[in-house]
Ligand binder design. Structure first.
Ligand code: IMP
Ligand code: MG
Length: 170
């Protein structure tokens, strides 16, 4: 495995994102919605860099098996809090094809939220354009499967405090 992002770099970036969000959402009491499991560490660190009143919820979705996207996304565990009229910030670990985030945006739109913003720790740089803005991006990375800082390969490596590219799939 090759390290591509170390913890000092990660911590600084997460702090910067937290500061931007804190400025933008002052007085709006946003709800951060962490997308499990991958974003649990990013969500926890991001929340600690937020200096305004906020709430946090988690939603659990599934779309991947190993390093292959299954293409269909489903909600495994939903949010019970009423989101109507609320500013929500969806917190993702990584956006690759965009299928997961696209699905989540359409689900949250049905709940009459006041605004939807997206904060993703990683973004795989691919040519395709999304028809929605990605408001906060930690790092853009090249293609390749990455693990660590919450991201897994078959549930392994979430505990690593840096991000690595998986070279061998064992
Ligand atoms: P998308 O729907 O293709 O954008 O994929 C999004 C989801 O797939 C993310 O929330 C991750 O859980 C998972 N995923 C995509 N790429 C990677 C990766 O390189 N490492 C670990 N998980 C990934
Ligand atoms: Mg995952």
């Amino acid at each position: 495995m090759k390290k591509i992002l170390n913890k000092t770099l990660i911590n600084q970036k997460v702090k910067n994102i937290g500061e931007s969000i804190s400025k933008k959402f002052i007085g709006k009491k946003p709800i951060f919605i962490g997308v499990l499991k991958g974003s649990f560490i990013f969500t926890a660190d991001l929340l600690r860099s937020i200096k305004i009143d906020c709430e946090v919820e988690f939603i659990k979705v599934q779309s991947y098996k190993g390093t292959q996207s299954t293409g269909n996304v489903k909600i495994i565990s939903d949010i019970k809090t009423n989101l109507k009229g609320r500013h929500i910030i969806v917190v993702e670990d990584i956006i690759d094809s965009g299928k997961t985030i696209k699905f989540l945006i359409s689900e949250f739109k049905k709940k009459s939220v006041k605004s939807i913003s997206i904060a993703t720790f990683l973004m795989k740089s691919n040519q395709q354009k999304f028809d929605f803005p990605i408001d906060y991006i930690g790092f853009e990375i090249k293609q390749g499967f990455v693990v660590g800082y919450g991201l897994d390969y078959n549930q392994k490596y979430r505990n690593l405090d840096s991000v690595y590219v998986l070279e061998s799939k064992n």
